[in-house]
Design a protein. Sequence first.
Length: 449
Amino acid sequence: MLTAVDAYARALRHARRHADGAALLASVIARRAASSAAAVERTLLRRIALLSGEPQVEEQTLLPWDEGDADDESSSDVLLATSGLGDVAAEVRWLQDLAALAALAAVRPSKVGFVRRLLRRTTEPLLVFSEYRDVVQIVVTALADSMSVAALHGGMSERERRQTIAAFNGGSIRVLVATDAAGEGLNLHQRCRVVLNMELPWMPRRLEQRIGRVDRLGQTRRVHAIHLVHRNSFESTVIARLDRRRDLLRAKVANTSIDDTPGPSNVARRLLSLARAPAPARGGGLFATRRSDGGEVSALVLLFSAHLLDARDRLVTRLFVPVRVVLGTSRGRHAPARPELRALLADRRLSAVVHRELQKQCESFREDTSATRMALAARLESCLRAVARRAGPAWQGSLFDHRAELHARAHDRAIRRMRDRLERTRQTVAALNGLKVADVELVAGWPAD
């Protein structure tokens, strides 16, 4: 069935010059076939009816063929009615043969069979995703005779969705089959850790969103994501496009020009850029007391930096504080005396201002990272408790067979390494509670005018 549908899809793509949208229609049919034989049978029958001009009373299940488009029934009919091949009668006969093959393949769907085998091999609850609402119903119907299963899709009311999610998290439902529209914003990590995709989406972001329903902050176990893909089918094209988009995103992030100037303040970044630029004023040394237009400088900008250290004296970030120092005003032809740098920095008032601003930035950094630090600490504590539960008593093998004992020792070593790594990370997070400012120094200065 997949081979025959792929041949028809290639014919549609080659007929792109005859009709707009033929390539898109070919992708829709090929993806539907890879998702479910029963689903593509409905799509093929719908296209036969539209090409033949026969009335269709029962509407076809919505087809979300584009990642950014909402389910639009009229658009689905427009797409399915696109003229593909030159001979409509021959195309209808071809579609009828494909629909017959799909009906035969739908008797024993391979992906549903895999889901059944997976559920027999494990006792874990399972979260299943599909892009198509009818595929969700097909999976629910196929599993309903042997286990508790429920559907979650955009056609349900908000109350029904909340009740279904509560039943799944509460343990009364073992398998939850959902669409992408209903999968956004779900928190299922407290009970579930296995995600299964009936088909792959075009966008890496949507795939990450699916896995993110169980791979969230507070998940204490390893998350497993299973993607069902037919070998040598159109899904190979989907995988290639996923990989290409993922590589493009990584390259875009890697090549993005990021301002690496340290410091949390935009003013500090601006001052640093001014300090790096050639000074327009005349005069030697760090400061110039005469403006480029011949007037006298009445104020200076001093940029101080400091290291923000944690309780273990490790560098967390670098702080910058710009300070404007007023020198005086010009009266007549007499300019104010140029202050000495050493005397200016020894002024206690200037030192107090700098330290006060640095403490403000330190407190601001502590407040901004408070929620993250608390969440990390809670997750590390949960992970440590989970590791402690995995640590079991030492096994004693038989007299001539020490494989169990060797296995137990290797298991204990792995548990100890994991516990030590988590403990080091917890100490690092705990050290962020004792932030302090150190190594204050002057890094730049220029006329404020």
